[in-house]
Design a protein around this ligand. Sequence first.
Ligand SMILES: [Mn+2]
Length: 329
Amino acid sequence: MSKLNQLKEIINDSKYIVIAQADNPDGDSLASALALEDILHRMGKEPYMYCAVDMPNHLRHLSGWDRVNKDMPKTFDAGIIVDTSSRKLFEIADKNGELQWILAKPLIVIDHHDIKSTIDATVNYSNVNAVSTGEVIYDLAKQLDWPLTTNSGKMIATSILSDSLGLMTEQTTPKSIRIIADLVELGVNLPEMEEARRAAMKKSEALVRYKGKLLQRIEYFEETSIATVTIPWEEIEKYSPEYNPSILVLDDMRLTQGTKVAIAFKTYPNNRITAKIRANYGYPIAQALAEHFGGGGHKLASGFKVNNSNFDLVKKECIEVASQLLKNM
Ligand SMILES: [Mn+2]
């Protein structure tokens, strides 16, 4: 039997269907889950969305995000995993045993990543030429006559625009662009979607003014190679509930001409210090710099924490090590 027919049969034979996202939900995974939820609902099914972690704030403009549950139901007929073929990305469910529940039922993986699946699914339905999982779902809807509405269409468009960074990545194909055109014809309103996305990113007046202060306080070293900013405890207390102060300025720091690495320090009571490090493309020193202080991360993004330390000394050492790592490249 073809994969398409197998997939069709699993859905036909099931009523309660779990739609699962991995531990790193993004615009594609959430929008794909929401599109499938709408489609399955209209087919008379009972879809249930699952993700082991909270939906990030920047995705909460997608209506229905709050229907994603953090635990797996006890009974259901089948599962659909969206936007990943990697079992490693279900670490939480793997540890608490819930992954076994979904693996024990007929399971469909709908994905577009170019990796060999490590999920023991009944059907691995993956198209590596699709720019997003939503694009794969659109194809399935066309082939299997699934009911598309302006709502599921909007979610598919969101998924494509999200993973293709607004149709601007190399993986974007004429087909992805045609699907967006089809969806607009179906009634999807792109300006309205964009406005909702931007509205979710809006910040309070106080936070915008605070960002201005932080920008004023950026220090540059070795010409502008290294940029640092320091956020004291009083400001962490005041502004963190609305937004992470480091994230507010790190990108602007990295966008300074000549800047190779940006470091945001936070100082806490009892001489505890944390640092968030972001290196620019071509200067992959972030991980080594964090490791020097017992931290870790990736080549371009990392962090560390130290206790009982004198801030001025930690900062001085951090700048010296960063400067040395850049010289050694
Ligand atoms: Mn994706």
